[in-house]
Ligand binder design. Sequence first.
Ligand code: GDP
Ligand code: MG
Length: 171
Amino acid sequence: PTRFVQFKLVLLGESAVGKSSIVQRFVKDSFTELRESTIGAAFLTQTIQVDLNTTVKFEIWDTAGQERYRSLASMYYRNAQAALVVFDITQESSLDKAKYWVKELHKQANSDIVIALVANKLDLEAERKISTEEAQTFANELNLLYFEVSAKTGENVKDTFREVALKLPIE
Ligand code: GDP
Ligand code: MG
């Protein structure tokens, strides 16, 4: 018996942290060095098998981080079951922005939404400004899942979505 479940997932975070690149890596298993910034939001889907019996289809809203689209974001996260709040380990300000988005989600999203804090650009370890410990501590305080990924190398991207799927109410 095979179960098929669909979940709405939204990506939030400061501009240029790599939200679209993470989605591109997950959906197309590719990476582009120079990406155009997202306008409004982009919709993509990807299906993964999380265990022998369960297939999960993610309906992904990749939002734009720019200020002028900020008010639109609530349209995408209001009915989302999962959110990836992304920051860039080389940009200090991006963790503050991630904190802002987590607060927004707690105010306005479904109370049972699964939120993952995602540290991107793990390949730029030499330029790291935000330590694993700092981010993990913040995630623990707010009961968020925490993952470190690189959209560029693909490290941990698929596992992140898989772990999020496993936290969602299947059945
Ligand atoms: P978004 O605005 O959050 O959607 O960010 P983009 O996906 O458009 O990425 C912004 C820039 O960061 C682009 O130049 C990407 O190529 C680059 N980028 C994204 N992810 C990574 C990563 O994991 N490692 C490195 N080195 N660069 C990345
Ligand atoms: Mg984008």
